[in-house]
Design a protein around this ligand. Structure first.
Ligand code: ZN
Length: 340
């Protein structure tokens, strides 16, 4: 039985990786009168722009890779402005190193879900999206063209401390000089530094762009900005056969196409609201992070928006009501098992 279960888990996990984060649990917020995406791959503008994409590796605050590929993009005007900064720095034998640029909305949603509530002020709320989702924010630093090494800065990237503030006064003279050089160079080209993060800059026209959820794999292909949407009324038969009501979004990564059944119902977000919880539930059991579906995790007493979340839960009850906190807690236990 155990073996069979492992096999099923492996299968589900395989699916999960193949389509990682592309199941649209809910779609990105829609705004009117925005520009079409015109995302440019930064290294294609200048080969000496260096990449250090931590979200494509495990050494980031999530603790695992969340980008399928180590690539960075910005909307064309922002990318060109950043290129001008890079060229100016070259005269000082320096260059830009990129940590992150355009970020698909689904990843912002994932960051939100895996971040404990007391740290959520450091990550963007998916309900409003991030400027990274608009392709108009970039996280970057400076590196020495000769040695290839990053210059010394007051804090590491994604270090959630007061050292990360662009106005932090306690850094060494050289760190302060480097940080201010980056800020002055970026500001001269229409970027604004984030008040909590010296490495994060927003491009001035960010409001003209929408919140996009275009996966990296289709950028650069034709028609990247608008996925095709196909209504699949014929999916009704599957729901009828199972004698249930429901809606579904299926995203085809290769063709950038959604197949949708009953969008109106789907967008109402009944609980349980996310496919990923099913997969996580299997992983928790298979990895031993939870001994059984009846193992209870005590509620921390924090009142949350959904009344049904505000009590102790086990896997059965948590899945039923999509109790996010339960999954965050169980995930912590799973860290030791290092399954994902
Ligand atoms: Zn950022």
């Amino acid at each position: 039985m155990k073996k069979q279960f492992t096999l099923i888990s492996a299968l589900v996990l395989h699916l999960f990786f193949a389509y990682a984060f592309t199941f649209a649990q809910t779609a990105a917020p829609v705004e009117k009168d925005k520009r079409e995406a015109d995302l440019v791959e930064l290294v294609k503008l200048d080969k000496t722009i260096k990449l250090d994409i931590r979200y494509a590796r495990a050494d980031n605050f999530v603790g695992r890779a969340v980008y399928p590929e180590a690539r960075a993009f910005l909307q064309r005007p922002a990318a060109e402005a950043m290129l001008r900064v890079h060229k100016k720095l070259k005269k000082l034998k320096l260059g830009l190193v990129i940590f992150d640029g355009y970020r698909p909305w689904t990843i912002t949603k994932l960051f939100w879900e895996v971040t404990p509530e007391d740290k959520q002020k450091f990550v963007a709320n998916p309900a409003t999206g991030s400027r990274h989702n608009r392709g108009c924010a970039v996280d970057l630093s400076i590196y020495d063209l000769k040695t290839g090494k990053p210059v010394d800065m007051p804090s590491d990237f994604d270090e959630f401390t007061n050292r990360a503030s662009p106005d932090y006064k306690g850094a060494t003279e050289i760190q302060t000089k480097n940080r201010d050089l980056l800020r002055d160079s970026m500001e001269a080209e229409g970027f604004t530094v984030n008040k909590n993060e010296w490495w994060h800059f927003d491009y001035k026209d960010w409001q003209d762009y929408a919140i996009y959820d275009i996966p990296f794999s289709v950028i650069g292909n034709e028609k990247t900005s608008k996925p095709k949407i196909k209504e699949r009324k014929d999916f009704k038969k599957f729901f009828d056969q199972a004698k249930v009501s429901g809606g579904i979004y299926i995203y085809d990564l290769r063709q950038n196409k959604y197949s949708i059944y009953d969008r109106e119902r789907f967008d109402r977000q009944f609980v349980p609201a996310s496919t990923s919880k099913i997969i996580h539930s299997l992983v928790f059991l298979d990895s031993g992070a939870l001994k059984s579906e009846n193992e209870t995790i005590k509620w921390d007493g924090v009142k949350r928006v959904v009344e049904a979340w505000n009590q102790d839960h086990n896997l059965r009850s948590a899945l039923k009501v999509s109790a996010v906190w339960f999954y965050v807690e169980a995930r912590r236990a799973r860290e030791d098992a290092k399954i994902l």
